[in-house]
Design a protein around this ligand. Structure first.
Ligand code: FES
Length: 106
């Protein structure tokens, strides 16, 4: 499976050969994507894994749950309708090719 992160500086990082099950935060952090910090280790408490899902992928990715929505509020002004915390998205076959933009840091 592969996913693409578009960094704040416009650089696109495509990571291929991924196995299902890992979180997109882990994928980003393990592959040196700028701006994916994952400070809380993926427990949905820090919002340093904030991404914007590209519109064509929003339906496949789905909406955040209540806990994630509450944490996303920490993002404040940079929150958008397509915001997600990528530690809460597990890679699965339907997401092969997913594109997302890294949100500005807090
Ligand atoms: Fe902390 Fe995602 S890594 S909320």
């Amino acid at each position: 499976l592969k996913v693409t992160f578009v960094q704040q500086d416009g650089v696109e990082k495509t990571i291929e050969g991924l196995e299902p099950g890992q979180s997109l935060m882990e994928v980003g952090r393990n592959n040196g994507v700028d701006g994916i910090l994952g400070d809380c280790g993926g427990s949905c408490a820090c919002a340093t894994c904030h991404v914007y899902i590209e519109p064509e992928w929003q339906a496949a990715v789905g909406a955040p749950d209540e806990v994630e929505t509450a944490t996303l509020d920490m993002a404040g002004d940079v929150l958008k309708p397509n915001s997600r915390l990528c530690c809460q998205i597990a890679l699965r076959p339907e997401l092969d090719g997913l594109r997302m933009r890294v949100a500005p840091g807090m």
